[in-house]
Design a protein around this ligand. Structure first.
Ligand code: URA
Length: 223
């Protein structure tokens, strides 16, 4: 087993590991961000739109919209479900316990959190973390699509059943969606388990590792 696999197993709490020696390479864009001139909003305008968005009722109860974070020229875009309580409080995706595990999963494949772009299907928190409603997803999707158009990643990693099914417009089980390359708005998309689920179901961490290896292969162009 190579070091990356061992690092992953350690990060996921599968095997004891004495020392952590992960060299995290933060991939920064070599060229400055260029203005996108296709007529849609740029980053600043888009973020301003989300800040005052009232397209669904979730704005009434949110503390902060959670726009997205990370490298706006990333090769990998992570898409989750919706902000939880901590994300709503801080205005940043994946900053709670699940976010910590997500960070460790990324480190295990040599990517710092800052190297990827992270967003959610919904920008506002559903109370009690209930599942997003179809009308909420539809109202929010143009923001996500615009983020995707601006980042232009090589690959999307959808985390969790809710994100995967909503992006792919399907009821298919996540276990069936995994392990294949799908398409979302012209960008290849792969699916893995949500880190919150993995915290509850550690036995599935090995499958998540297989998903991450697929991500690595696709990013390096060998899958
Ligand atoms: N779960 C998600 O899907 N997204 C977040 O931002 C936090 C938890």
């Amino acid at each position: 087993m190579d070091r990356r696999a061992l690092d992953y197993l350690h990060a996921m709490g599968i095997q004891p590991w004495a020392e952590r020696r992960v060299a995290v390479e933060v991939l920064t864009p070599l060229v400055p961000e260029e203005p996108i001139t296709d007529g849609g909003p740029g980053w600043e305008e888009l973020e301003a739109q989300v800040r005052v968005c009232t397209r669904c009722d979730l704005y009434r109860t949110r503390q902060n919209p959670v726009f997205g974070v990370g490298n706006r020229s990333a090769e990998l875009m992570i898409i989750g479900e919706a902000p939880g309580a901590e994300e709503d409080r801080r205005g940043e995706p994946f900053v709670g316990r699940a976010g910590q595990l997500l960070n460790e999963m990324l480190v295990a494949i040599g990517l710092a959190r800052e190297a990827v772009y992270i967003a959610n299907v919904l920008k506002s928190r559903p109370l009690q973390n209930r599942d997003p409603r179809p009308d909420e997803v539809a109202a929010c999707e143009p923001y996500l699509r615009r983020q995707l158009a601006l980042v232009r990643p090589k690959l999307i990693l959808a985390v969790g059943r809710i994100a995967s099914q909503n992006l792919l417009k399907t009821d298919t089980r996540i276990g069936t969606l995994r392990g294949r390359v799908h398409d979302y708005a012209g960008t290849p998309l792969v699916v893995t388990y949500h880190p919150a689920y993995l915290l509850r179901t550690p036995l599935d961490k090995r499958k998540a590792w297989d998903d991450l290896r697929l991500v690595v292969r696709l990013l390096s162009g060998v899958a």
